[in-house]
Design a protein around this ligand. Structure first.
Ligand code: IDP
Ligand code: MG
Length: 138
């Protein structure tokens, strides 16, 4: 099924200057960018985005990290885009990410793991609407 998913190239990856390499990973696996915006998240925007993790012990650290520098927010479109992007990203902990994945190539730790990707159709709908409210979500 043709789907859309939300991806974020996180501040660690932007600092490492691997935006181009990460977009190449997406494009070479048939995940086509249909919207891209580079921006610096405010703490409030980062907290709203990660609201599901509000009670987790790493919430404060995660939202500080996500506001530590600019990010690139993308909507990717392709067949089974949500699941396929999760596979392409690799495990949350970069040290455990499978070879060939974006996190294996560019992640540093369990927190500084280069990329975000929606984990379900419901999350993708919320996350795309959060950053691209003008986008047609039907
Ligand atoms: P995911 O990004 O693979 O979906 P989630 O469990 O949804 O992983 O966590 C969201 C983000 O929070 C992770 O990508 C990572 O940046 C951070 N994170 C997750 N678990 C930890 C942890 O145990 N310590 C610090 N940061 C974490
Ligand atoms: Mg997640």
């Amino acid at each position: 099924m043709l789907e859309r998913t939300l991806a974020i190239i996180k501040p660690d990856a932007v600092k490492k200057q691997v935006i181009g390499d990460i977009i190449k990973h997406y494009e070479s696996t048939g995940l086509h960018p249909v919207s891209i915006q580079m921006m610096s998240l405010t703490k409030r925007v980062a907290e709203g985005f990660y609201a599901v993790h509000r009670e987790r012990p790493f919430f404060e650290s995660l939202t500080s990290f996500m506001t530590s520098g600019p990010v690139v927010v993308l909507v990717l479109e392709g067949e089974d885009a949500i699941k396929r992007n999760r596979t392409l990203m690799g495990a949350t902990d970069s040290a455990k990410a499978e070879p060939g994945t974006i996190r294996a190539a560019h992640g540093t730790s369990i927190e500084e793991n280069a990329v975000h990707g929606s984990d379900s159709p419901e999350t993708a709908h919320f996350e795309i609407g959060y950053f691209f409210p003008a986008m047609d979500l039907t």
